[in-house]
Design a protein around this ligand. Structure first.
Ligand code: ZN
Length: 382
């Protein structure tokens, strides 16, 4: 990140965020934000889950689906180029991304002025597994699914829809992964605020206190409602607790990280994506790696036992990893992963109130594993 003017504070958000059961049918009445010729892309199951509602809504408001691309998965450079070319070829005037985090990232890149077709974007988030729908950036992966680049945009998403009648049908592991992603938001925003670092916007500045506060509110929702939300989600029941957490995962975490800023936890995630063992089943998700990154960040900040215990017990209660074995990382991988994280050019690894070095991080990850193992053993015996 370039040096920022520490007097300037910047906040961003999607143009509209629409949340609740049946929200898929909220797109058409907002066509002024988008256009009338849609290029729909997403996972096959996600598109199938909303296709009937979307067709009815489009028919009612005079919109056309000029192309539907099912079966897309990852946000990679060849995929962005291929789909952006197709958007232009079929003459679509806006993009609709349907799915979870990687589809949100891919759709934003495909629609973006910077890397894609330069058209408006609607995101229908059917899997509340990350905070990707609300931000103006995408994480681009390479063919081996390691983080290759972070693509930043000047424009935030035009329309974000979170249909809770659809999200509640997704397997509960996705809500849990989203909680892992959202767990870091408070601690990263606080690290950015006290180190006078910049937030995660391309034209950013320091975080306004409103953004830091949203990040803290995100954490409160997880601690107060995370477990209750998981239990409701297991029975596909839409409760207030479930909606609090689905909104924390998507909106509060999204605004909190983007305007509040990213720090060590996500940078550790980026480094951990290089460990070869993470492709063994069960493959850890973004939020799983971020949860480990969060615990390691708290250790590097020398946070007291009470706070570490709260975070680790939260992870154990909802089913997030607390040990390296659970994310497929071995002690032999740590030096390589930590070196990737500590790269001086990393956009947010150094937004901390202490110097982040390979040696400090390797030790913090070993301590994460030791502490996480001890609490896990205790939890299992209960
Ligand atoms: Zn994240």
């Amino acid at each position: 990140m370039p040096m920022i003017d520490t007097r300037i504070k910047v906040m961003a958000a999607p143009n509209r965020y629409v949340f609740g059961p049946g929200a898929v049918k909220e797109l058409g009445r907002r066509k002024q934000l988008l256009g009338t010729k849609a290029f729909v892309l997403g996972g096959t199951r996600s598109i199938n889950a909303i296709e009937d509602d979307m067709k009815a809504d489009f028919a009612e408001h005079g919109l056309n689906m000029v192309h539907v691309e099912k079966g897309v998965r990852y946000c990679t450079k060849p995929e962005i180029d291929r789909l952006a070319g197709k958007v232009k070829e079929v003459g679509a005037d806006f993009v609709v991304g349907v799915g979870g985090g990687s589809i949100m990232d891919l759709a934003k890149a495909v629609a973006s002025v910077e890397y894609g077709a330069g058209v408006p974007i609607a995101l229908i988030n059917t899997i509340p597994s990350t905070d990707a729908p609300c931000s103006a950036l995408s994480v681009q992966y390479d063919a081996k699914h390691a983080v290759e680049a972070v693509l930043f945009y000047y424009r935030s998403p035009d329309l974000v829809i979170v249909p809770t009648d659809v999200t509640v049908q997704a397997p509960v592991k996705w809500l849990v992964a989203g909680m892992g992603d959202a767990l870091a938001t408070r601690f990263e925003a606080e690290a950015v605020a006290i180190s006078y670092s910049g937030n995660a916007l391309i034209d950013g500045g320091r975080p306004p206190s409103a953004a830091t506060k949203l990040a803290q509110f995100c954490y409160e929702n997880l601690i107060n409602y995370g477990y209750l939300a998981k239990l409701a989600n297991e029975k596909q029941a839409i409760t207030d607790a479930y909606e609090n957490v689905a909104m924390a995962n998507t909106l509060l975490s999204g605004l909190g990280f983007e305007s509040g800023g990213l720090a060590a936890a996500h940078a550790i995630h980026d480094g951990l994506t290089n460990s070869p063992g993470r492709f063994q089943a069960p493959k850890p998700e973004h939020g799983d790696l971020v949860a480990i990154g969060t615990i390691a960040q708290l250790i590097m900040e020398n946070q007291p036992k009470a706070l570490l215990e709260e975070v680790i017990n939260f992870c154990l209660t909802v089913g997030l990893p607390t040990t390296l074995a659970e994310i497929g990382t071995t002690y032999d991988d740590l030096e390589m992963c930590a070196s990737a994280t500590c790269n001086p050019a990393h956009p947010y690894a150094h937004n901390n109130p202490y110097p982040l070095t390979v040696a400090r991080l390797v030790d913090a990850l070993i301590a994460t594993d030791a502490i996480g193992t001890a609490y896990r053993d205790k939890f299992m015996r209960r």
